[in-house]
Design a protein around this ligand. Sequence first.
Ligand code: ZN
Ligand code: FE
Length: 255
Amino acid sequence: MPLEIVTIPCLKDNYAFLAHDRTSGQTAVVDVPEAAPIAAALRTRGWRLSHVLLTHHHWDHVEGLAALLADHPATVIGAAADAHRLPPLDVQVAEGDRILIGSDEGVVIDVPGHTVGHVAFHFPASAVLFTADSLMAMGCGRLFEGTPAQMYASLAKLAALPPETLVCSGHEYTASNAKFAATIEPGNAALISRIENIETARAQGRPTVPSLLSTERATNPFLRADSPEIQANLGLTGADPVDVFTEVRRRKDSL
Ligand code: ZN
Ligand code: FE
């Protein structure tokens, strides 16, 4: 049975996620921006926390961990590469390692770029992918530590997963990402209709995360370095996709 996913708004614009296995009763939380909303989401459903999956070391993804663990002891899993600057880890993981939530197997994917030790967690049987600040809804994380080539390679790995994969990313940045996307690919009909959906959702106070990987492939400019329209609008027709990606990221950063 697929994991049951719950999206939990935290802080100003962060998301944490619960992933619950009905058979075993095990429940993981992905990232801990703050403890209270996560504890409340567990309490409401009567779920017991069993695992914490950390995507990267930034404070807005780990700040609530100690407070959450105080009342909800759980196995904390994070990247071995960043063990020195993550909260204390019970299990250190790297690319290709497997983790189990109940009987549902997750695969660790190394996705450097936003930070060098950033990891994503993919649960193929549930078709769910936790990306935090790597692949985001219509965007990607800023390159605080990695190079554009590293982030491009990270996003390429994620984009190659099955299109029906649900992408659970770390922030509600979609409206501003959409505004930017429309400036570089205004002729993309899928993008224009997605922007309408996003505006409606935000006007009603609904999250725009998670999203489908197929939707990201069709509308996320950071996955579309091969789009002739984007290449033409950037003056980079026929250029290396890494160079196109680098220019898309540079323009978004300079807004
Ligand atoms: Zn971050
Ligand atoms: Fe973040």
